[in-house]
Design a binder for this molecule. Structure first.
Ligand code: FMN
Length: 424
């Protein structure tokens, strides 16, 4: 420890958090805590660590200047703090050390990389803190199945849980519980305060094929596994959603692309990684969609069962998506955008809007082709990053789209809405 130099990470923030405090009076009376206390909490956008700081740790961080190395022995001597507190701050990425190798060196290099990639501070914090790993929304159902006296252990986490309807019912029950527990939800239609009375617009006349297509777009969750998706169908969906139809040199070396969806700065930082389950003449597995060639390059071959397992795990245990024919994992090459919009506060948001446009284009294409489509933002980011072998600071996951053959009659778990026409 004596040789070690320390500096504060540039990539964390702190805030106060009010938590219940158990006083002696509370303990004696057996009552729930009525008093509160303030805790100082630190959040790292380097490691994702989010935890309370001890008084000793707070003193260490306040003592070490930003951007300057200081001997660890001097810090320990000046403040009479323990090496354990310094080690804990190093482990969680709040302090950085000059060690040449190991985790401390990796974190230091990662910080340098993150600063060089021009991440906006708040975007980086939000991004790192909002990524999840191994979450499973169907866990309560799996646990209930495992408790059955039949000895049936139920499917393991991430397995394609076949009882789609049970999962749909669980989600519906959770939503109804919210209605009972919370104040009424906000109304569906908004009337701004201080607005003048509504002046009705004429309803559109005529009905084009495109207008009908827009009206028929909907989310499909359960697909017909008895019919594979045709290779031409997959090719059409990928080409017209992610394919390139034009290019332009915006500045020396900076090439903008035209696709069927708009993109902030014409940069198109979103990459598509098809996870193929049931497509004619394409082996199951994870591929990269090569926009330049309009082709697929295989990253990870799998059996159909493995591909289903990944489809479900990637989508937080939403077992119905394991019935899709192809999923498309959407990632963002952050720096493709950050290079142009250096440290811009809006970049991170703009990239997500790009993904939204691509999703809608995929939905509309599928609707026209008689296929089902979906998009989900409920994803295990970290599982997908690991499967794609991504460095999440360079390229991160945004969401998952998917498509496949419709079940006769449309299938369950599709939102059936009542028709609506504005009153006249
Ligand atoms: C950003 C975004 C995230 C979504 N996430 C999920 C999801 O996690 N699971 C799911 O089943 N559907 C998801 N959907 C689909 C919506 O639930 C669906 O659009 C909504 O219920 C309206 O139904 P419709 O698309 O059939 O009109 C998502 C859609 C969007 C745009």
């Amino acid at each position: 420890m004596s040789e070690l130099l320390l500096r504060k990470s540039a990539l964390f923030t702190m805030r106060f958090q009010t938590v219940p405090a158990l006083g002696v009076g509370d303990l004696l009376s057996g009552q729930l805590a009525t008093t509160t206390q303030e805790q100082l909490v630190a959040m790292s956008s380097l490691t994702g660590c989010h935890r309370r700081l001890s008084g000793e740790e707070h003193r260490i961080l306040s003592h070490i200047p930003s951007g300057q190395w200081m001997p660890a022995a001097q810090v320990a001597g000046d403040l009479a703090v323990s090496n354990g507190a310094i080690d804990a701050l190093l482990e969680d990425g709040f302090l950085l050390g000059d060690t040449p190798e190991g985790r401390i060196a990796t974190l230091r290099e990662q910080e340098e990389k993150m600063l060089a990639l021009d991440w906006d501070d708040f975007a980086a914090l939000y991004h790192v803190q909002s990524r999840v790993h191994d979450l499973d929304v169907a866990a309560p159902l799996r646990q209930a199945a495992a408790m059955q006296p039949t000895g049936d252990q139920g499917p393991p986490p991430g397995a394609p849980f076949q009882d789609f309807l049970a999962l749909g019912a669980q989600m519906s029950a959770e939503l109804h519980a919210k209605s009972e527990h919370f104040d009424p939800p906000p109304p569906p239609f908004h009337k701004p305060r201080n607005a003048e009375p509504v002046q009705n617009l004429p309803l559109p006349e005529g009905d084009s094929a495109f207008q009908a297509l827009l009206r028929h777009r909907k989310t499909t969750r359960v697909f017909d596994q008895n019919r594979p998706l045709g290779l031409q169908e997959l090719s059409t969906v990928l080409y017209y959603t992610f394919g390139c139809f034009g290019h332009i040199e915006l500045a020396p070396g900076l090439i903008g692309l035209r696709k069927t969806s708009p993109s902030g700065g014409s940069l198109h930082p979103i990459e598509a990684y098809p996870l193929i389950l049931n497509v004619e003449n394409v082996h199951p597995g994870i591929y990269h969609y090569d926009v330049e060639r309009h082709g697929l390059s295989l990253l990870r071959p799998m059996t159909l069962e493995e591909a289903r397992h990944h489809a479900v795990t990637f989508t937080l245990g939403q077992s119905y998506f394991g019935s899709a024919h192809a999923l498309v994992l959407l990632t963002a090459r952050w720096f493709r955008n950050f290079w142009k919009y250096r440290k811009a506060q809006k970049s991170y948001r703009v990239i997500h809007v790009d993904a939204g446009h691509l999703s809608q284009t995929l939905y509309l294409l599928c609707t026209e082709m008689g296929l089902g489509a979906f998009y989900t933002g409920a994803i295990n980011d970290i599982n997908i990053e690991q499967a794609l072998d991504l460095d999440p600071l360079q390229e991160g996951v945004i969401g998952v789209a998917g498509c496949g053959q419709l079940l006769p009659g449309g299938g369950p778990l599709t939102l059936e809405t009542l028709p609506y026409v504005p009153p006249r």
